[in-house]
Design a binder for this molecule. Structure first.
Ligand SMILES: [Zn+2]
Length: 91
């Protein structure tokens, strides 16, 4: 049996989702770091939902983060390190 890049990608994506789920449940940033490492090595872009679900700076999954909406901009503040990220709302 031949293992293609597609198969490997599917496995990697499943692992990423699982790791993200663990991270949310435990609030442990080790899962996020591991998840990022897999995505980097497998050359996979993390889904937007996951990308916005954790802090880029301290790698902690967001839990009761501060969210503000200004016009078409969403501001999310990390409760742990205070890093602020801004997302644009597309319509
Ligand atoms: Zn943070």
């Amino acid at each position: 049996m031949l293992i293609t890049k597609k198969d490997v990608d599917a496995i990697a994506k499943r692992r990423i989702e699982k790791l993200y789920d663990f991270a949310l449940r435990t609030g442990d940033k080790r899962y996020i770091i591991q998840m990022e490492r897999i995505a980097l090595r497998m050359d996979i872009t993390l889904p937007a939902g996951i990308k916005r679900g954790y802090c880029k700076k301290c790698k902690n999954p967001y839990r009761n983060q501060v969210v503000r909406i200004k016009k078409n901009l969403v501001t999310v503040r990390c409760p742990i390190c205070g890093n602020i990220r801004r997302f644009q709302i597309s319509r």
